[in-house]
Design a protein around this ligand. Structure first.
Ligand code: ATP
Length: 199
């Protein structure tokens, strides 16, 4: 699996549609302070399902939409697309190439697309779960994050280790199973109540 390209359109400082192609090997992004280097990394994080505006240095999610500059009016929607070569099927999908697109409109409406088809956020999260990528992964580390990890609570650090070790997926499945078990117990108790009332 390899990152092939990233298209940013109306996201943060990228008012114009911009496509970055990633060649094989290492890619470095250079530019003066404030030129948008971090915004590129945040675009990757965002399209892969980031839900926290704070992690994207904003207050509300709509803050990621280009909000105007000298001589340029604000835009009404942000769009980011990311394309992976998946010919080794590292990501659990039959497609050899995967393009994920996320759109957000100023009225709050949002959309996720997988190879052009509308999908749920969960589908995107599930695609990356256990891949070492995805919104909660540590493949993308922004400025200040390393310090936050070192200064974080032991439980938070444990969560990081579990994510890296691939345990997070099982923890999530366990929580879902426990919730279902609880609901089933409630239903069973209700049925038993009815039975004893009828007896
Ligand atoms: P540094 O080298 O200082 O870390 P950088 O190259 O990483 O800088 P970024 O932090 O990616 O730069 O970009 C900051 C720029 O993005 C600022 O000029 C800021 O005004 C602009 N910006 C952020 N959000 C938006 C937005 N929603 N609309 C327009 N511009 C934005």
């Amino acid at each position: 699996m390899r990152l092939l390209s990233l298209t940013i359109d109306g996201f943060k400082s990228f008012a114009n549609k911009t496509t970055i192609k990633f060649e094989e090997g290492m890619t470095g992004i250079v530019g003066p302070n404030g030129s948008g280097k971090s915004n590129i990394i945040e675009a990757i994080r965002w399209v892969m399902g980031e839900q926290s505006a704070r992690h994207l240095r904003g207050d509300k999610m709509v803050d990621v939409i280009f909000n105007g500059s000298a001589g340029r009016v604000p835009l009404n929607r942000a769009l980011v697309s990311i394309t992976f070569d998946n010919s080794d099927h590292y990501l659990a999908s039959d497609f050899n190439e995967l393009t994920i697109t996320r759109k957000l409109f100023r009225n709050g409406d949002s959309e996720y697309l997988l190879n052009g088809n509308k999908v749920r956020l969960k589908d995107i999260v599930d695609l990356f779960i256990d891949s070492g990528l995805g919104r909660e992964s540590f493949s993308i580390i922004s400025q200040g994050r390393i310090e936050a990890i070192f200064n974080g609570k032991p439980e938070d650090r444990r969560a990081i280790i579990e994510t890296v070790a691939g345990v997070a997926k099982y923890r999530k499945n366990k929580q879902t199973a426990e919730r279902r078990l609880e609901q089933t117990m409630d239903n069973l108790n209700r049925v038993n109540d009815i039975i004893s009332e009828l007896a």
